[in-house]
Ligand binder design. Sequence first.
Ligand code: ADP
Ligand code: MG
Length: 620
Amino acid sequence: MNTFQELGLNEDLLHAITDLGFETPSDVQEKAIPILLEKESDLVALAQTGTGKTAAFGFPMLQKIDVNSRTTQGLILSPTRELCLQITNEMKLYGKYCKGLNVVAIYGGASITEQAREVKRGAQIIVATPGRMKDMISRRLVDISKIEYSVLDEADEMLNMGFYEDITDILSHTPEEKSTWLFSATMPKEVATIAKKFMHSPVEITVGNKNESTDSVSHEYFLVNSRDRYQALKRLADANPDIFSVIFCRTKRDTQKVAERLIDDGYSAGSLHGDLSQNQRDLVMKSFRNKQIQMLVATDVAARGIDVDDITHVINYQLPDEIETYTHRSGRTGRAGKTGVSMVIVSKSEVRKIKSIERIIKKSFERKEIPDGMEICEVQLMSLANKIHNTEVNHEIDKYLSSINELFEDTSKDELIKKFFSVEFTRFFNYYQKAKDLNAVDARGGDDEGRSYGKSSNDTRYFINVGRKDGFDWMKLKDFLKEVLNLGKDDVFKVDVKESFSFFNTEKVNEAKVLGFFNDFKHNGRFINVEVSEDKGRGRNRGGRSGGRGRDGGKRRRNDRSRTEGRSGSRGGSGNRSERRSRSRKLSETNTTQRSPRRSNSESKKEFSASDRPRRSRRK
Ligand code: ADP
Ligand code: MG
């Protein structure tokens, strides 16, 4: 692998690269940069989102232009305002030591005169959306007759959005003998046509999709009845309290509808689609970047190119019409060295599409089960316990402590903990105790590949008190467990990593070994606690989640459940349910009957914002 230095970049750029913390060039950078620096040729580069295309054209362009001249020499066209601003920003960072450099962004929805003024001050590089660019040309507010380098970024998307005419028009104002560099994730006919029309024997490079070739994204699907789609979405969110996700719908209408329902149900959600004003879109994106929005419901076009690095989950609420689009969606997660999950909610009629997608992404999907209510309760409870455990005490409360202490004078610590947790737990419990199994039965007899947990009655599911904040993702945790426990490749499975804790399964025969080992094991100076999880973990045979909840020697013991019931078997018998009910009564005095386990509050209903903070304050 080459270093940036070996690619032939100059000192100013290398200096900026060091500042940015880029260590090695990405594939597309390694291939494109030397070609663009050495030759004056046209280029067609096919690479997925997130592969570092901006720098692949940005560095060569910055090196080749003359910063001492005020003439506009480089033009970068990109489909959306978001991307346009992102690219401008990156270019400024890359060129921060190029003295005299001026990069100007031109896009709709902002003052055209202000943009014209900036251009007039001397912009060597213009980054533009096609619509506004065309507008500025026709008003003679820009001069691109001396352009030497033009870039068509996300060309497939620009054409998708109907910018063909605008692009043609814009390029007709540029000199014939310039270089044109086209970057695209896919190569549909329209892109090939553009390449043919505007380029002269371009060099072609293709790099594998980062997300395909690495394991940074895992793909899962959930089979549900169409009418349960929304409920399924909520469960996926509830089972992942720290979710930070993009949820894709097919149409603007569905996008809006799903977002509104989520907000109504108390989730921090927002929608992003073409019917929103530019201002609304900016606001949503800002809230999303700030993580005030945990679930961004978006259309494909609106979400294209969103460069947010920490997205934990992509949820395909509906599959896209064009299955090729799936790669763009899943590429929103698993970026910047992190791992992510791309989930698909499918109905029976769509399930065959999964196979076609597998062929395209060259990876297989894992069929998973929509978590049942009790699993969600457990996840939420443990998440809360961990949050509390990690909370720093705010001493502002000291002055109220004496009255609080007085109130709890006769309450034991044990009792207090129970009460405290019940406040939160009961909410989820009440909501979920009657929740039905949302998993549709596959007419063809379910999945036939891979291990599906719950299928076998021989699994044990464990809770472990390490998670993402300890630097684990599912692969790392799996490797870690295999290593310390000296288990084989497939002996640890269903590893689900949450923020501060995780779950995993082993065969039941390994249970004693696992519990024995972690009885007294320190990692990085800290005891690691592993317990058998109450929840067997989205098992298909979820019958008989009965009894056995008591603590025993500090270890939660899973009851040896019979799993002979068929998949259609309801969760737990009636005895089970009434037991749960009485427990709930015991657990809590708070009687909250709610539509949704989340606390929907009036603030969150108003707008697309409302994070988890305000939500916590409500009491019905
Ligand atoms: P693309 O245009 O292919 O979707 P971007 O150019 O937006 O990708 O880059 C994605 C992210 O990766 C950006 O945050 C960028 O700063 C970062 N990045 C680009 N090149 C490198 C590199 N060589 N090393 C580390 N990070 C990089
Ligand atoms: Mg890009």
